[in-house]
Design a protein around this ligand. Structure first.
Ligand SMILES: [Mn+2]
Length: 316
């Protein structure tokens, strides 16, 4: 039996299913959660399906992005499905540990199992792509609302189908979703149109870009700066990392953002596997996109040295 068949069997066995994903959700985490909720409703209308987790933030525009209040009593009879989450500590709603059974679909680099059946396929650009593959392989019906949510995850996690995680399979699966009738103009407006204040803020961050001696581009954002801008830490940390992506000669870039006693580090590369550096500081993610939570400015300096070292050792 394949893992997909095992997953489908688990889904069939339970009348109640709770859908989780990583905290501070992005388009892929929410797309997977909302998309699977629709798939379950459309294929197993008798099942009760809940979505649990923190609020959708800048992805609140997505249809059905409002989370459910899930009572404690639900879990002992339920199957918890965790989506787009590579780390037990990041699961939205830790009550999955109280569920009768648990299942995980993920595409982060494997760091170990934490559910009864972990389906981790890091060769997928997005968890939504993996779920689409699962649904199509198992003959589950995908209707338009599910397709829209899943497509949103695929397009955001693949950087508009641009990162090299994008494969022929990515586009074949995306095409299947487009067949269901997605208004891509409307979607891209919601995802990418910015108001003038946002563009000005972007310009301020662009002015702040600095470089290490080894040629790594980075931003360092203090608590005070974040507070003065009136935006969330997440919008700075995840939202501003991309501004360094297309600089000529830059193949590793990093964004450090203070919050409380910690500093969030986001690391990206167009060429190198920067994941081991994130893991060294307790983080994780993907080969070319990872993050970690640092404790001090010294750790920031040390991490930048490690990133410099990646470039130096591959240039000899
Ligand atoms: Mn993802």
């Amino acid at each position: 039996m394949t893992d997909y068949q095992k997953a489908l069997n688990l889904i069939r066995q339970y009348d109640t299913i709770v859908l989780h994903r990583h905290n501070s959700p992005d388009g892929d985490a929410l797309g997977a959660q909302i998309g699977l909720k629709h798939i379950l409703a459309d294929n197993f209308p008798e099942k009760k399906v809940f979505m649990t987790g923190d609020a959708a933030g800048r992805y609140a525009f997505m249809d059905g992005a409002v989370m459910d209040e899930v009572p404690d009593e639900v879990f002992p009879q339920a199957l918890s499905i965790i989506l787009d989450c590579g780390d037990a500590e990041l699961v939205s709603d830790e009550r999955y540990t109280k569920a009768a059974a648990s299942l995980r679909f993920d595409h982060h680099l494997y760091k170990g199992d934490f559910t009864d059946l972990d389906i981790v396929a890091s060769d997928f650009e997005s968890c939504c792509g993996l779920l689409t593959d699962f649904a199509l392989s198992e003959g589950l019906r995908i209707l338009q609302p599910a397709a829209l949510a899943l497509y949103t995850g695929m397009v955001t996690d693949s950087g508009r189908f641009r990162y090299d995680s994008t494969t022929p399979r990515t586009l074949r699966l995306a095409a299947e979703l487009l067949e269901r009738g997605i208004d891509t103009n409307a979607l891209y407006l919601q995802l990418y149109a910015a108001d003038i204040e946002e563009v000005k803020r972007l310009a301020a961050f662009i002015q702040k870009i600095r470089f290490t001696e080894g040629g790594v581009a980075y931003l360092y954002n203090t608590k005070e700066e974040v507070a003065a801008l009136g935006v969330s830490t997440f919008d700075v940390s995840r939202g501003m990392i991309g501004i360094m992506a297309d600089l000529k000669g830059v193949d590793i870039w990093a964004n450090f953002t203070e919050e409380g006693e910690v500093i969030y580090a986001e690391l990206r590369s167009s060429l190198y596997n920067i994941n081991p550096v994130a893991v060294k500081y307790g983080g994780g993610g993907h080969m070319k996109a990872s993050g970690a939570t640092l404790r001090s400015r010294d750790e920031v300096t040390a991490m930048l040295k490690d990133l410099d070292e990646i470039r130096r050792s591959s240039h000899v």
